[in-house]
Design a protein around this ligand. Structure first.
Ligand code: ME8
Length: 569
């Protein structure tokens, strides 16, 4: 096994590296949680394949320079402070990143210099006078086709996409010859569907996902492609990597930042064992950089193309994009303090995990989602593990029902003496509870459903499938009332075992979404750590409880109750 393990390419997933020019907000956490769900899902889908998960901070450029100047501090000291906040956010939100990169690190600079020199040697970099509309806010030039007049001030021009003010300016800088890669990229995106059909990996999509974003990029490419300016005069931007061989110029912050996906995995010194990224999670605001410029640089370097670019829409507040400049940002730390880490992750996955449309953040919705997961999971756990059910179930020692389910789950119950049941002549079929059978069938199918959604990166759908089964299970318990004295103990046992399977299987499949809660749940059920993979999410695929009388005293799935009055757990 270990021989194949060392040669297998690690699964490589990334988030954007964030500008630490202000504190992190909920949009940043959306990318982190989405990538984390994908990383954690990979680990339980294919435990033998290592996962490399990169995040970090993008610390050069005018934005950072200006933010530090405004504070009157040294840019690097400023970066140290704010980068640490992004690292704290990751840790707090239980993000399982394995690499935290900062573009101010020496090894990142080495990679940037290497790539620059290689491209220059290949004749792809030239010096030119650049003229165009420049936005200081967006830190880029826009072609005239992507600029329009300000709605009220006719003498002012703005960038069509972002609405930021642009000014006509001219400067000398280096450019990257990209126009020749336009056809290559168009051909690449035209064959996405074909590659998907032939892919064998756990995650099969290739190209830009969801389709809407790929269509936008193709349209953009069809409209033409200009060479990219990749440096700025030092006097305009001093905070950055000097251009190799020409210290009068600073490497353009986006060229610098995009190369983090390479520097983060040790390119070129440790070769390309991890490259290319399998999934890159980004927000739609930086689509063009990742869907056009990065693949072109990669192509120009003769490296393998990144695989999937998973693009999500934005969180808005009061229907406006959350942004540092508008000051309408939701604080992820405050949200986690108030509702718990897993409740916030659940809300982000369930609502933000739909990717296509912008969604409005509201504390009210957060509370509703916190209640949803608590009611469907924690309440179920409490009801199922109540002593009443266990006591009644334990009495079902000699009947056909216990035999049936003990057989179904192929496990032993030390507290049960089955010797009588084994010779019993009762008709098994008449004792089966068809309602439980239906739930067991749903459960047996659930791993497959979740996997199908996750193969397509439909994080929201995957979670929805699990929630629906939990809802079904809760409703069933309410209808059957296994604790009632009116039923024979068989009913209690049947319900109890089915419920344990429900908790075990949903617990396994919820690990990527709410890792802390799942850990507590699986721990309480005594599911061993090597039996928590997707392959074990089948009915009867492992033992639960180590005995019928499970000791779950003191296990609380959610530490943090939502605001008082909204919960009945
Ligand atoms: O653009 N809703 O950094 P950044 C959802 N440093 N996601 C949001 C969001 C919102 N309202 N706002 C931000 C940069 N994001 C560059 C990236 S990558 C080589 C360099 C998320 O701090 C989303 O992923 O402005 C978006 O793409 C990213 O944060 C931008 O973060």
């Amino acid at each position: 096994h270990s021989a194949t393990q060392s040669t297998v390419k690690p699964f490589y997933v990334t988030t954007p590296i964030f500008y630490p020019n202000a504190r992190p907000h909920i949009g940043h956490l959306q990318s982190l949680v989405t990538a984390d769900i994908i990383a954690r899902y990979q680990r339980i889908l294919n435990p033998a394949r290592p996962v490399v998960f990169l995040t970090g901070t993008d610390e050069h450029g005018l934005k950072m320079q200006q933010a530090a100047e405004a504070k009157g501090v040294d840019p690097l000291a400023w970066c140290d402070t704010l980068s640490a906040e992004f690292r704290t956010l990751s840790e707090r939100a239980n993000i399982s990143a394995t690499v935290f990169m900062r573009t101010t690190q020496r090894r990142h600079r080495d990679t940037v210099e290497h790539v620059w020199r290689t491209l220059a040697d290949r004749g792809l970099i030239y010096k030119d006078t650049y003229e165009g509309y420049y936005s200081t806010t967006d830190e880029c030039f826009y072609p005239s086709s992507r600029v329009t007049s300000h709605p009220t001030r006719s003498d002012t021009k703005i960038a069509t996409e972002t609405g930021s003010v642009v000014e006509w300016s001219s400067e000398v800088n280096y450019k990257l010859r990209l126009s020749q890669f336009r056809e290559v990229l168009l051909a690449y995106y035209a064959t996405t569907a074909e590659r998907n059909a032939n892919a064998e990996d756990g995650l099969v999509s290739r190209g830009i996902y969801p389709d809407v974003y790929q269509n936008a990029v193709v349209q953009d490419l069809n409209a033409g492609l200009e060479d990219l300016s990749i440096s700025r005069p030092r006097e305009r931007i001093g905070w950055g990597i000097p251009v190799p061989g020409d210290p009068s110029q600073t490497v353009y912050v986006w060229f610098d930042a995009l190369l983090v996906y390479l520097s983060g995995v040790g390119y070129p010194s440790s070769g390309t064992t991890v490259w290319p990224p399998d999934v890159q999670v980004i927000g739609k605001d930086i689509l063009r950089f990742h869907a056009i410029y990065l693949p072109e640089i990669v192509r120009a370097m003769d490296l393998e193309m990144p695989k999937t670019l998973l693009t999500h829409a934005h969180w808005t507040a009061g229907q406006k994009k959350m942004s540092k400049s508008l000051g309408n940002v939701a604080d992820p730390i405050a949200a986690m303090d108030g509702y718990g880490v897993d409740a916030v992750r659940f809300y982000l996955a369930r609502v933000g995990g739909r990717f296509r449309d912008d969604v409005d953040w509201s504390e009210d919705q957060l509370r509703k989602h916190a209640d949803e997961i608590r009611n469907s999971l924690a309440n179920y756990f409490l009801r199922v593990t109540s002593n009443v059910i266990k006591r009644r179930a334990a009495r079902a020692t000699t009947t056909s029902e216990s035999l049936l389910y003990c057989d179904l789950f192929s496990r032993q119950f030390p507290n049960l003496d089955l010797s009588g049941a084994l010779t019993s002549s009762l008709d098994l079929e008449t004792c089966r509870l068809s309602t439980n059978e239906e739930l067991l069938a749903l459960l047996d199918d659930l791993g497959g459903r979740v996997s199908r959604s996750m193969r397509n990166f439909e994080v929201g759908d995957a979670l929805q499938a699990i929630v629906l089964v939990l809802r079904h299970a809760n409703a069933l318990l309410t209808i059957l009332e296994p604790w009632s004295d009116a039923h024979p103990p068989d009913v209690a046992l049947s319900c109890y075992l089915t419920a344990l399977e429900t908790l075990r299987i949903t617990g396994i499949l919820l690990q990527p979404f709410i890792p802390h809660t799942s850990e507590k749940l699986l721990g309480a059920l005594k599911v061993s750590v090597d039996e928590r993979s997707v392959a074990h999410a089948r009915v009867g695929k492992c033992q639960v409880g180590g005995g019928l009388i499970m000791d779950v005293r003191g296990v609380k799935l959610f530490d943090k109750p939502a605001n008082k009055g909204t919960s009945d757990s």
